[in-house]
Design a protein around this ligand. Structure first.
Ligand code: PMT
Length: 406
């Protein structure tokens, strides 16, 4: 945390006194803490306490500060992280709705820094559908929520809603500050899931792809600062903190990719695109009484090969799902589809490939294998693939975006 700037928002709840310890722990870890207290917070704790601990003025007003006429934009730009402790139900509602009517909410709208909320409230409030819905909206926008604990609450009550331990809150903040941002500004298009090719109005030809590998890649790229668009066949996954396009067939996936290809820097095709589709799907539902249908298949377009043929500046990463001669077959796909990198996974073992949370892969470029992984989680494999992408973009070792310092 050394030298990093944390805007510490404090809301009006009894747990505000624990924000004092969070402030102390952040400063002890070397962070520069800029405290912002809501009006409600000042009824529980004083600005002076935070000013003294942070050696920075604790701000409380959006207007009328003679030393700083536009404090929210300056705070928002200076922040490497905005941390809100405690985040009350009322604050979460206003932040989710996009209010900017006090210094804290205005700062949150004026920042591009990651945001962490540590909610604290009574159990009934914590479990209320309105609070759940507001936190889901914020999580879908990429806000990290440090879940409260079960324990003693104000007024002698017990239950869920007690502020997470300050050490844990600071730990989460530290992890986010330490995260790599080496793909900041890179436009990454990721595909995930298996396509479904209709046989009739209700049946389809599909495969076992769950979308987990592609979704892990999209999340990892987003966490590293990339501008991600996910094209997935899994409408049930998410929500994701980046634009998501849900498609069904190979043809729909092809159209979604073509539309976005020119504005992409990197395309990662983790989707399992059907190689064949029924040539003439029935419009209605095939009836049992009509006998067993004969389904004639035709090839689908090879989307990745088309992108390879059309590529200009884009870096293309393909997958190869193989059951034998894994490396040789993947190397052939790399050449045929004009890929920059191919991730060969052996999908014949039950612990790797389709559906499971783990995978094992060999990464190849035109010079041969560049990395071979043991069995790892799909999130870990996503990180390894993105390391290769970052290296090819000349971004390896770049992990910080300079923010405005004043
Ligand atoms: O989704 P999960 O359950 O997590 O499973 C992950 C996975 C096994 C699906 C994934 O790791 C994987 O291997 N994805 C690629 C599956 C595949 O279609 O492989 P392939 O060897 O048939 O195709 C080679 C490449 O061409 C792939 O990048 C594929 O997306 C692409 N392709 C294939 C056919 C086609 N018509 N168009 C394509 O673009």
């Amino acid at each position: 945390m050394q030298g990093r700037t944390v805007v510490l928002g404090v809301c009006g709840g009894i747990a505000a006194y624990k924000a004092v310890e969070v402030c102390r722990r952040l400063t002890d870890a070397g962070a520069r803490v800029l405290p912002v207290l809501t009006r409600g917070a000042t009824r529980f704790v004083t600005p002076l306490t935070f000013s003294a601990l942070a050696a920075e003025p604790a701000r409380t007003r959006l207007f009328d500060d003679p030393d700083d006429p536009i404090p929210h934009t300056r705070l928002g730009r200076r922040a490497d992280l905005v941390l809100v402790v405690p985040a009350t139900a009322g604050f979460c509602a206003r932040y989710a709705a996009g209010f900017a009517d006090d210094l804290l909410t205005a700062t949150l709208l004026a920042t591009r820094a990651p945001v962490v909320l540590a909610p604290a409230m009574h159990t009934e409030m914590w479990e209320h559908p309105a609070v759940r819905a507001n936190l889901a909206v914020l999580a879908a926008r990429g806000v990290t929520v440090v879940e409260p604990e079960v324990g003693r609450l104000a007024g002698g009550d017990e239950g869920a809603g007690r502020l997470a331990d300050p050490a844990r809150i600071v730990g989460v903040a530290g992890e986010i500050l330490a995260a790599r941002r080496d793909l900041e500004g890179v436009r990454v298009l990721v595909t995930a899931g298996g396509t479904r090719e209709p046989i009739d109005a209700v049946r389809y030809l599909g495969n076992r792809s769950s979308g987990k590998m592609g979704h892990a890649l999209a999340r990892a790229a987003h966490d590293r600062g990339a501008t991600v668009t996910l094209v997935t066949t899994r409408a049930d996954a998410g929500p994701f903190p980046f634009p998501t396009v849900v498609v069904g067939t190979a043809e729909e996936m092809r159209a979604a990719l073509r539309r976005r290809f020119a504005d992409s820097d990197v395309v990662v095709m983790a989707a399992a695109v059907a190689d064949f589709r029924p040539k003439a799907p029935a419009e209605g539902k095939w009836k049992k009484e009509d006998g067993v249908p004969e389904v004639v298949l035709e090839p689908t377009p090879d989307i990745l090969a088309e992108l390879g043929a059309a590529k200009e500046h884009q870096l293309l990463v393909g997958f190869a799902a193989e059951t034998e001669d894994v490396v040789a077959r993947a190397a052939a796909k790399l050449v045929r589809k004009r890929l920059d990198l191919v991730v060969a996974n052996d999908v014949s073992t039950p612990d790797a490939g389709f559906e499971v949370d783990t995978n094992r892969a060999v990464l190849l470029d035109s010079g041969g294998p560049v990395s071979e992984t043991p069995l790892v989680t799909k999130a870990e494999l996503a990180g390894i693939i993105l390391d290769q992408v970052a290296a090819r973009l000349g971004r390896a070792g770049r992990d910080e975006t300079p923010r405005e310092q004043t």
